[in-house]
Design a protein around this ligand. Sequence first.
Ligand SMILES: O=P(O)(O)OC[C@H]1O[C@H](OP(=O)(O)OP(=O)(O)O)[C@H](O)[C@@H]1O
Ligand SMILES: Oc1ncnc2c1N=NC2
Ligand SMILES: [Mg+2]
Ligand SMILES: [Mg+2]
Length: 186
Amino acid sequence: MIPAGLINDRIERIARDIVHELVLQNNVGIVVLCVLKGGYKFFADLLDKIKQLNRNSEESVPLAIDFIRLQSYKNDKSQGEIQVIGGDRLENLKGKCVLVVEDIIDTGRTMIKLKELLAKHEPECVKVASLLVKRSSRSTGYRPDFTGFEIPDEFVVGYALDYNEHFRDLSHICVISESGKKKYAV
Ligand SMILES: O=P(O)(O)OC[C@H]1O[C@H](OP(=O)(O)OP(=O)(O)O)[C@H](O)[C@@H]1O
Ligand SMILES: Oc1ncnc2c1N=NC2
Ligand SMILES: [Mg+2]
Ligand SMILES: [Mg+2]
C-alpha cells in the first residue's frame, strides 16, 4: 500500500526534477499530456506542484495541457490491443516538448503505442513521467524518464487506478485482493 501522504511527498520531488530538466532548460513550449483515465490524479497533483515551483522561480514557462484516452485493460490483464478513445487532436504538439503523465507502466504496451502516435506529430521532444513502474515478467522493458515508485508484480488500485472502473476514488494505492478481483470480474 502507498498512502496518500507518501504519494504527495514523492510527487513534490518529481516536480522538482521535471522543472529542472524540462522547464528551465527549454526554449520551446511545453505541453503536459494526461493519459486518461488512470493518469488524471497524478496529472492534477503534479501540475499543482510544478505551478508552485514555477511561481517561486523568477522565470516561469507557460504549460499547455492536453488529454488523450487510451484503454487496454479488462480485469487485471492487458488486452494487447491499445484503443485510442478520443482525446484532443495532437496536431499542436508539433515542435513542442511533450511531457506525458501516466499512472503506471506495466507491460509498457500503452506507452509504446502512445510514443508511436506522438512521433507522427513531430514533437521537439517527448518525456514520460509515470507514478508507478511495475517490475513484471510481462514487461517490454520500457522505462519512463521520471518514476514515482517501483512496485512488485501485484495489481494495484486507487489514486485513479481502477479494476474494471472500480476503486479509482480511493486516496491511497492498494493491492486488490483475490476476492475483490472475483467480485468485480467482468
Ligand atoms: O503498461 P501497460 O501494460 O500498457 O499498462 C498500463 C496502462 O494500463 C492502464 O490503463 P487502462 O487500459 O486500464 O485504462 P484506464 O487508464 O482508463 O484505466 C494504466 O492506466 C496504463 O495506462
Ligand atoms: O496494477 C494495475 N492497476 C491498475 N491498472 C493497471 C495495473 N497494471 N496495468 C494497468
Ligand atoms: Mg491508463
Ligand atoms: Mg484501468
